[in-house]
Design a protein around this ligand. Structure first.
Ligand code: SF4
Length: 457
């Protein structure tokens, strides 16, 4: 469903004047209204007239609100709304979406019976052909949707009045990113200084409240209002300094041993499982990079795997990985939960390899720990500790910015493109980019550990 009333007051309370950026909400709304498609409404009416029992993207308008219902199905007592979500959990936002559809359809004169949110069934495991009835779960949300009808009816005139008025002057807020990333973030946030109050990380003080109170620059945030981590971020920024806790770094290094393997997976997630033994939510690794050092001070070696397009590569990947990592090796990952969960899922899908996989997961250590614990912190990390935040300050000679693929999401998209391509030259080009990206992830780990070892002395 798409609704042109994108910025809803229930998600952004208080359209009041504040010292923040001016919202582009009105411009956004006008743009989205222009997308209202009368021919789709006509096509829906025509399908109903012809006696169709199931209509996809059934389109309606009422009180100037345009909605598209994912699936509209005619039952014995009336039409049923099915709102389909790429999710395994029922979220309150989905109820609001469905409530608005229900309101518009009822207003447009459609005799409605039930409203459902269709979710992916995370318990479903593919075995042979897809079993569509098992893959999805339909949650009957009719009562909750009915309970929201008064609220929806009250909001529409308010939002229309807002659309007719001048651009509302509202501060930036959590709503710029949740429940959905706003398309206008690039515009509204562009004038924020690099070190703004919004760059404060962690769950301490509400940075948006500070922003609303008129504090824009990080330097103007009162230190006494912050929690320990946020205060450290502020103090490091004010003094433009880095923090090196040698003892904590040494403690971390003492948990590692040789041979030492640096592992990074790239994974994809398909809502509809492609392979047998996979569930809708499974993250499937399609690539890994492995740097390794056999003994302290020894040479650094590299190995990699990237699945060939159009194959169920899981066993091949697993066998190669298990053959490459010795049983007693220390395995380092950055944010190890990703590698651990991918390995655990492979163990579930290929129980024959479970004990070998468990040896790796038992020996898995996390290079993120010293950065997360602030054993090392640099003010340019802006409170973050992802590898992309840490690498530029530890080793500026290595950079993701020059690469065609610069993050895991892009890698996933490019892998999908490689799988659908028929052009050998294009496939080869994508392969090269994927290998470059994943290799940098583990090479970065090698350098980070090297620098930590130097710092600890
Ligand atoms: S980025 Fe934030 S302030 Fe700007 S239009 Fe979106 S929600 Fe409104």
């Amino acid at each position: 469903m798409r609704c042109h009333l994108r910025c809803r007051p229930d998600l952004r309370p208080g359209l009041k004047s504040a010292g923040g950026r001016r919202s582009s909400f009105r411009a956004a709304s006008k743009f989205l209204i222009a997308l209202t498609t009368p021919h789709k409404i006509e096509a829906t009416k025509s399908a109903i007239r012809k006696g169709r029992k199931t209509i996809y993207e059934a389109s309606f308008e009422h009180e100037g609100v345009f909605v598209k219902v994912d699936i509209l199905n005619k039952g014995k007592k009336g039409w049923n709304i099915y709102e389909v979500k790429n999710s395994t959990k029922l979220d309150d936002v989905y109820i609001k979406d469905t409530a608005l559809q229900y309101y518009v359809l009822k207003g447009a004169g459609i005799k409605l019976d039930r409203a459902y949110v269709v979710l992916l069934n995370k318990a479903y495991i593919k075995k042979g052909a897809l079993e569509i009835k098992k893959l999805f779960i339909s949650e009957d949300v009719t009562d909750r949707v009915l309970g929201q009808q008064k609220f929806v009816g009250e909001q529409i005139p308010k939002l229309k009045a807002m659309l007719a008025a001048k651009m509302p002057d509202i501060p930036l807020g959590k709503y710029c990113e949740k429940p959905y990333l706003c398309d206008f973030k690039g515009h509204c946030w562009k004038d924020l200084p690099e070190y703004s109050v919004i760059s404060l990380r962690g769950k301490g003080i509400d940075k948006y409240k500070l922003y609303e109170s008129g504090i824009v620059h990080l330097a103007d945030v009162p230190a006494e209002s912050l929690n320990k981590d946020q205060r450290l971020q502020l103090e490091a920024f004010l003094k433009k300094k880095k923090i090196i806790d040698k003892k904590a770094i040494r403690e971390f290094i003492s948990t590692l041993w040789y041979p030492l393997y640096f592992l990074d997976f790239e994974t994809f997630e398909s809502p509809i499982p492609i392979y047998d033994k996979a569930r809708p939510t499974h993250k499937i690794p399609f690539q890994y990079s492995l740097h390794y050092i056999k003994r302290k001070g020894g040479k650094v070696y590299h190995s990699e795997y990237l699945a060939r397009p159009g194959t169920d590569h899981r066993k091949e990947l697993l066998k190669k990985l298990l053959a490459e990592i010795p049983e007693k090796a220390c395995v380092l990952a950055y944010k190890k939960s990703v590698e651990k969960s991918a390995l655990n899922l492979l163990a579930e899908q290929f129980p024959r390899f479970r004990s070998a996989i468990e040896k790796i997961t038992d020996n898995l250590r996390d290079l993120m720990v010293p950065f997360q614990n602030r054993a090392f912190y640099h003010y340019k990390m802006k409170g973050a500790y992802s590898i992309k935040a840490v690498l530029p300050v530890i080793d500026p000679t290595l950079s993701y910015s020059e690469l065609e693929i610069a993050n895991g999401n892009m890698a996933m998209v490019e892998y999908a493109r490689m799988n659908s391509s028929k052009d050998p030259a294009e496939i080869e080009e994508i392969r090269r980019s994927l290998i470059k990206y994943c290799t940098l992830d583990t090479l970065a780990m090698v350098r980070l550990l090297d620098k930590l070892q130097t710092m600890s002395k």
